[in-house]
Design a protein around this ligand. Sequence first.
Ligand code: RP5
Length: 171
Amino acid sequence: MAGEGEVRVSILMGSDSDLPTMLDAARALNQLGVGWEIHALSAHRTPRQVSAYVEGLEARGIRVVIAGAGGAAHLPGVVAALTPLPVIGVPIKSAALDGLDSLLSIVQMPPGVPVATVGINAARNAGILAAEILGAGDEEVRERVREYRAELARSVIERDERIRERVEKEV
Ligand code: RP5
């Protein structure tokens, strides 16, 4: 399964149970017109498949990896260890520790092998960040990110106006 257009982002997750959260990354990339592919492979349960998959990414035109995992969330770090492509880690909210375990597992990488970590369950931000990374070298994507930000600002300004109308009525 892949998003529309040239596939430049890999969305990876440790389990299909992460999918509901990770879909937000695909939605953000669709909105910004960036093609993606998606896989569920585990650093612990399928280490060889992870390695084979990651080693094929560059040749297939992938430029950024988004990797989500929960608990002992080693997938983003293992992917970063296997490729020079930038890796964005998404800590998945876990049942036992509310995702703090996932966050710390992903963010505390050793010097030399970084993972750009977003907030717990913040897969949408991971999608936006992936587009921004691509946008650094692609003016069209950069322009779409700029338009998205302008739209975001418009919606905040609109809500600011509405909140004052509400306050005038209610106070
Ligand atoms: C992690 O373990 C996965 O990323 C997932 O968040 C968590 C639980 O996996 P399942 O037991 O639901 O497959 O590796």
